[in-house]
Design a protein around this ligand. Sequence first.
Ligand code: NDP
Length: 497
Amino acid sequence: MNLHMNYIGGQWVPAQGGETFESRNPARPSEVLGVFQRSTNADVDAAMAAARAAQPGWADTPAPQRGLILDRVADLLEERRDDIARTIVREMGKVYAEANGFDIQAAINTARVMVGEGRRLLGQTVPSELRNKFAMVVREPIGVVGAITPWNLPILLPSWKIFPALLCGNTVVFKPAEDTPLTGIKLLEVLIDAGVPEGVVNLITGYGAEVGERFVTHPKVDMISFTGSVPTGRTIASLAGGELKKVSLELGSKNAVVVMDDAEFDLAIEGCLWGGYGTSGQRCTAGSRVVVHEAIYDRFLDAFTARVEALRLGDGLDEGSQVGPLVNAKQLDRVASYIGVGEAEGARRITGGRKLDHEMGGYFFEPTLFTNVEPTMRIAQEEIFGPVVSLLKANSFKHAIEVANATDYGLSFGIYTQDVNRVFAAIRGLHTGVVNVNSPTMGVEIGVPFGGVKNSGNGLRESGTASIDEFTELKSVMVDYSGVHRRTGVNEAATRT
Ligand code: NDP
């Protein structure tokens, strides 16, 4: 059995408490992928100290040189993509094409964008109010960044944090989710082999509930960049707030797709299928609510049900599989519990709803579809994070937008329509961070910022160049070369010079 270590200060080291834990394949839980360090606060302390010690030297390394290391990171991800994709599939269950084509490709794209940012990291020059004075804004690293990520996108999400944080001159302590430590280690190996210096990136594995508080409040960490659930996000925000640390939160959602009566019907069916059931619904961008115009509701329900029932469940490494297992037994039970919740509230289960762990050996759950769903029902309000989609009926465009917005979340919503007026009205009317027109809610392009409103985040954005704002401080610089002592002010400038 492979025993894996923490990576601190350039060394692979065991956790100081001597405890370990296993990572297992959710498609066949008897398969153990490896044994990992169950870190404690002492390991957090060591990792933070290493990151702090390495930070000044890394900040002094010219940004273009930091960028060149990320170019090598992209090359190595390309070279190792098959191995890493297989690891993702075996560790958290999604199908191979998603792991390879989405997770890893997004990480490669992120690294490539950061290479270019190494030659930009743009500040500003600003016209001074005074003669013989120069004003500018430069970017500086924040310091030590703690990166905490979930298991569902175990390469993409760490890369969105670690690559820009490093490019901006920060050092990093990374804690991957306890369900995907091996994928986290594979990413670390890429960074090490690409030439990231000792101490600049550090990894500790273990349980968030055990090391989280120390991680977030540690005196040597300057910023926490977190992606995960709303409850954990709240805990982290309040802990970080007490210490006045910068914190970025990308949280959950209950996304809606509006399908209007003039939609390209087959396109909408296809998009809602992928948006709802891709990654077994375990995506913050999953389109778990589909709001359909009443004029096409029955036709949509019939066609969609047929497609849901035809989805092929299986091990993500089998070529024919379209939907993999859920990540672990706890998540399987959690998703299953929502079936009773929906039925008790009066929703009608059209298909699915059963755990398939006994039949299939892994944590599989039948793709499930509810109809007769009202916007206020729990299955329409709470993030289930499984292959469960609720259909809601709308009697007009205005009503559809109201139903879509009737949630505490606002991450990635969408609309299918051929009417350009409705398109722009939806772009304005949907209260969300991302809008998809005639395409699924899942997925985002590297060129646009990613993040949500309401309970889906705290306002910062990730992905591409937007993350430069996340991982830098702005420093305003004023250079007075008049040789005269003067109080700042336009009138003063006119009289004194
Ligand atoms: P969790 O919030 O449970 O876990 C996320 C990470 O936080 C894990 O690394 C976890 O460690 C760690 N953690 C757990 N407790 C603490 C704590 N007290 N202090 C510090 N860290 C802690 O989320 P899930 O694993 O359930 O992930 C799914 C969630 O992530 C969903 O809500 C989903 O919507 C959201 N998500 C958001 C995205 C976005 O960009 N907006 C993208 C993808 C997912 P451990 O694994 O050891 O518990």
